[in-house]
Ligand binder design. Structure first.
Ligand SMILES: [Zn+2]
Length: 137
């Protein structure tokens, strides 16, 4: 399952709550909590690690002190790892400023997210075959 698919499913399972991964009773949580509810804890962690390796420019254009995990402020140059970008967009834009919808977050994610680890097939080793004949001068 991709992150965007997991959030789309997870948001039907729990209520959105900024700054909290998942409440103890698992009825409310943030975007990553939604991923966990839909995909399971192990898949959520694998997706989290994969998205921590992708750096991109925040699509909202925020720089300086931005809301990150746990609703804490952190410095940003405007480039963040995807896992932090998701946290920022959810906590700040969807839940606080309300200038992004969950649909917009999910649609944006689908354009930048890593493939589902289960979708990725090992690349076959390519054998180079050539009929070219090299002649020495
Ligand atoms: Zn922003």
């Amino acid at each position: 399952m991709r992150i965007s698919e997991a959030i789309a499913l997870g948001r039907t399972l729990i209520q959105p709550l900024a700054g909290v991964h998942l409440t103890g009773d698992q009825t409310q949580g943030c975007a990553w909590g939604m991923v966990q509810m839909a995909a399971g804890r192990d898949n959520m962690q694998a997706l989290h690690i994969a998205s921590n390796r992708i750096f991109l420019t925040l699509p909202c254009g925020c720089t300086g002190n931005i809301i990150k995990g746990g609703m804490t402020l952190g410095r940003s140059t405007g480039r963040e790892a995807l896992d932090i970008a998701i946290v920022h967009l959810f906590n700040d834009h969807v839940m606080t400023k309300k200038d992004w919808s969950m649909e917009k977050l999910i649609d944006w994610l689908a354009t930048v997210e890593p493939a589902d680890p289960e979708e990725v097939q090992a690349e076959p080793v390519k054998e180079v075959v050539t009929d070219e004949v090299y002649s020495l001068p």
